[in-house]
Design a protein around this ligand. Sequence first.
Ligand code: MIC
Ligand code: SF4
Length: 639
Amino acid sequence: MGLNVAQKIIKSHLVKGNMVPGEEIAIKIDQTLTQDSTGTMAYLQFEALGVDKVKTKKSVAYIDHNILQTGPENADDHMYIQTVAKKHGIYFSKPGNGICHQVNLERFGIPGNTLLGSDSHTPTAGGIGMLAIGAGGLDVAVAMGGGEYYINMPKVVKVNLKGKLKPWVSAKDVILEVLRKLTVKGGVEKVFEYVGEGVKTLTVPERATITNMGAELGATTSIFPADETTLEFLKAQGREEDFSLLVPDEDATYDEEVEIDLTSLKPLAACPHSPDNVVPVSELKDIKVNQVAIGSCTNSSYVDLLRTSMILKGKTIKEDVSLVIAPGSKQVLNMLANNGALSDLVASGARILECACGPCIGMGQSPCTDAVSLRTFNRNFEGRSGTRSANVYLVSPEVAAASALTGHITDPSELDGFPEIKMPKEFLINDNLIVDPAEDGKDVEVVRGPNIKPFPKADSLKEKVSGKVLTKVIDNITTDHIMPSNAKLLPYRSNIPHLANFCLTPCDEKFPEKAKKYNGGFIIGGTNYGQGSSREHAALVPLYLGVKAVIAKSFARIHKANLVNNGIMPLEFKNEKDYDDIDSLDDLVIENAVEQVKSGIVIVKNVTKGKEYITTIDITERQKDMILEGGLLNLMKNR
Ligand code: MIC
Ligand code: SF4
């Protein structure tokens, strides 16, 4: 039987298991990436493994998130990452070089290879036919040490693209349409593979926009074939030798199928506060806009920003709009500078930001109170912009630029003169902000600033686990709720005790106080608990606060793995109605915890209510051992 693209890559990297959807498999990882806000912790964990030199084909450490230096903390962490990278065989992408996913696409990604990244948008590299997966820092550390990566064999969904996008409709609208259809939990344990005649009409950066925001479906990853278009892109990046053809077999089969007719798509927007809350832009017209932000790993390519500049050229943005633009990489910024497009952007009134994540992760540019902010980013969770009362709409660069000019949400297809752009035959190549690792790292001294505190370690599972319900939260709680990230907190990503004071505060201000007072306990969650980022801090900080289990209706993939890696039980209600029965501060007990975890069924007693709930712990045997022994690091040490 023929194979699809995802299955071909999995098959050629399979180390353990059978490729049966839902069964655990282990795959070999060719490349890894980290960024600075998850990287510090990932490298501390890598050091704890005691491996001298990374065993991957290529590992790169990027600095792109914590680029505001309002004190020494971020700069200290950068120094740590730079030196630890040099010592252990890891390439280092300096601040200013760009957003990890954009730079990886341009300079390192290889069709047919596997990539594991400590960032949930790692699937961006699926745009050039890589099997690229986001994971917690510890999983990435293990992969750098040569360990395999474990996932449940995903179902492969065929996304059949028909037709061709009309002018003013963009790749962003394709993925917004997929999100509208399937929702933020529609992709769990699935790979979305894009096929059909529409594929060849999309450039590599457009494909990467689609695979990038596939993360918002909760998917394992998304992927495009590697074809003529991929070859042209790699040639233009001076990397022709990295190309190999990778297309599905004629008789390839898929587990599910979705069809998207590109021709019939319209400009779309995801409304506050969820990426799947999608409507046509035309239904939003006349909403007054305060801020427009263009950039992020979703929409900051050369073509995205060149088109933006052509829309803005010779015009001035509306008086009461603030327009900020963050190019995705130094390559993009340099090319815009060389051809004059940067000058057009500046002349129109745009404020040019560093090549980095910036406002996407609340690192500056928080909008005003009650603002409407139009962003070309991928997440619009409440408060993520740094302004709790702001309403963030996710749109394409075309919608963003048109709206910056009019001052209200504008459907660009009402405009004339769509700027057609051809992909460059040659990109500007200058890798002078990539630092090579040392040949022999023995003499490289790793520099650790005072902000770096040890990370918490779990204990082995006790026979009796008891504690209070510390908080009860609703459906679709994101890791941004569990461990908020913004300009004030990001400098403390290597300081878990400090972060602990802010854990879950967007949902329950008293959570840290209660966790400390009662010496830890339980969290009760709804469906899709922990969606969003890969940040391991959303598990490490609860671990530090003594959280023993999260009992939820269901979990997001990466967060569930992070909980298990850190020895916290992810329990799922067998009967979702039991959720309604539990209140904050109820006393819960799990007797014979070790036996129960082994069996996969865990009875939770509610002492306060005199009731019992059946929960499941739906994890593999290997993961059960992690829970029993107190997390992945303990397990590795003990064996
Ligand atoms: C995000 O977009 O939420 C982040 C910030 O890039 C995170 C990683 C982090 O929290 O450091 C992600 O997507 O994994
Ligand atoms: Fe950076 Fe935003 Fe992309 Fe996360 S989603 S990697 S914060 S640009």
